[in-house]
Write a protein that binds this ligand. Structure first.
Ligand code: CP
Ligand code: NVA
Length: 305
């Protein structure tokens, strides 16, 4: 593994390797055992969008691995004033050992990896959010003891999180049903990649406009904000379009009785999900958030070690 740019690039063995190391690092962390797998290494974290979880979990993760993380806001570095990705990649490669980037264009992440000589980790683009979904699948495994054969229902916007869920479920053999309104479907290229992987893993992909159809018999129910970063101007119209896709008690009750509820956060209660669901006993949102730390430490150790 050289970079972590898209889940589609990973083999199932690599995903299992990430999970195995995540489990070990998580256990050792709770036992107070130090594991300085990246002693003396530095990670540059470029952000052109806001973040709570990604920023803190990568920075703390790097510290716990014995390394150091630099927060590089695009407002402060020359990239934000028009310096090229090429020059940025070349220069950073002379100073640091890895880059985590959260930005708008997927192609910027790919270019950073292409032009630099150090590992690049995708911390979210408009197209995907691979670290989130790897942490989520690890969380599902902790709660359900398996991945293959389970059904995940995603209800809402066909955004970066939904795209990476398609990638992730197809790789690990989970059935996935995605319910989105017309015009807000997942990315066509990602759907095609996930279909390829689903054929290999034996899982199914259902794409529908009907949240009830998607959620039926689901083991995992997942939703995300209706207004992603960069879409603030469309907020009013999106709220109208997505209101039939709210995950409320009535919709959630159509999933399996022991279904878990997931959300990458930040959440907007009363919009994509109601309080009774997200703050209810079947919600595992804070386990997901915690696992960002453990899973990303494993990713960093594997790509930068
Ligand atoms: N889920 C997630 O990536 O959260 P942040 O935007 O806070 O990093
Ligand atoms: N879809 C959301 C995820 C935030 C972690 C966004 O892109 O804003």
């Amino acid at each position: 593994m050289k970079h972590l740019i898209s889940i589609h690039d990973l083999t199932l063995d690599e995903i299992n390797e990430i999970f195995k190391l995540s489990e070990k690092l998580k256990r050792q962390n709770k036992e107070g055992v130090q594991h300085h797998l990246l002693k003396g290494k530095t990670l540059g974290m470029i952000f052109t969008k806001s973040s709570t979880r990604t920023r803190v979990s990568f920075e703390v993760g790097m510290y716990q691995l014995g390394g150091y993380a630099l927060f590089l806001s695009a407002n402060d570095i020359q990239l934000g004033r028009g310096e090229t990705i090429y020059d940025t990649a070349q220069v950073l490669s002379r100073y640091i050992d890895g880059i985590m980037i959260r930005t708008f264009k997927q192609s910027d992440v790919e270019d950073l990896a292409r032009y630099g000589s150090i590992p690049v980790i995708n911390g979210l683009t408009d197209l995907m959010h691979p670290c989130q979904i790897l942490a989520d699948l690890f969380t599902v495994y902790e709660h359900k003891g398996q991945l293959k054969g389970l059904k995940l229902a995603y209800v809402g916007d066909g955004n970066n999180v939904a795209n990476s869920l398609l990638h992730g479920c197809a790789k690990v053999g989970m059935d996935i049903a995605v319910a989105t309104p017309k015009g807000y479907e997942c990315d066509a290229g990602i759907i095609a990649e996930a279909m390829e992987d689903a054929k290999l893993s034996g899982s199914t992909i259902t794409l529908t406009e009907d949240p009830v159809e998607a959620i039926k018999d689901a083991d995992v129910v997942y939703t995300d904000t209706w207004v992603s970063m960069g879409q603030e101007a469309e907020k009013e119209q999106r709220i109208k379009t997505f209101s039939p896709y709210q995950v409320n008690g009535k919709l959630f009750s159509l999933a399996k009785e022991d279904a878990i509820f997931m959300h990458c956060l930040p959440a907007y209660r009363g919009f994509e999900v109601t309080e009774e669901v997200i703050d209810g006993p079947q919600s595992v949102i804070f386990d997901e958030a915690e696992n960002r730390l453990h899973v990303q430490k494993a990713i960093m150790a594997l790509v930068m070690g």
